[in-house]
Design a protein around this ligand. Structure first.
Ligand code: AMP
Length: 144
């Protein structure tokens, strides 16, 4: 299965935030959208991706300091130049990248355009579905 096929089922929505937003804004947005990461975009444009910020970065900020999250800017806690996947990568490629790089979120980029986001949860769900389908066909083959 390619990441393009995975996105066809999952959808292409990507939640974004500006670099000068605060970490409190990040927490509110993560809760509102029920997701674990936001792509940081300059100028509010989805195509100008400058970083990624995840719940892990919020945890780091909380551990480092004890002042309110509203006093910290996204640009100081985001990871610049995110590792990305291509729509032509396979599901196995994406799982290998996420495992090797120890990340749970992979923005999918086609040329210059951000076309979706795949989380480790999406990848596990898709892999489980493929295993179930394979299992079904193998049982049908064995039992006739
Ligand atoms: P995560 O496991 O995805 O919550 O992220 C763990 C750390 O890796 C955080 O510091 C993130 O900012 C960073 N991170 C997450 N996804 C990516 C990515 N695709 N490229 C680079 N860094 C990332």
């Amino acid at each position: 299965m390619t990441l393009q096929e995975l996105l066809r089922g999952k959808g292409t929505q990507v939640h974004t935030i500006a670099p000068d937003a605060t970490l409190d804004d990040v927490v509110q947005s993560l809760m509102q959208h029920r997701c674990g990461s936001l792509i940081v975009c300059e100028g509010g444009e989805r195509t100008r991706m400058v970083g990624i910020i995840t719940e892990r970065d919020i945890m780091r900020a909380c551990a480092e300091r004890r002042t309110p999250l509203s006093s910290y800017r996204v640009r100081d806690y985001m990871t610049s130049n995110p590792v990305t996947g291509s729509p032509r990568n396979t599901l196995d490629d994406a799982m290998a990248i996420m495992t090797e790089r120890r990340i749970r979120h992979l923005p999918i980029v086609d040329g210059e355009e951000l076309i979706g986001m795949i989380s480790i949860g999406d990848a596990v769900k898709a892999r489980h579905h493929l295993a179930e389908v394979e299992n079904h066909y193998l049982k049908t083959y064995i039992h006739g």
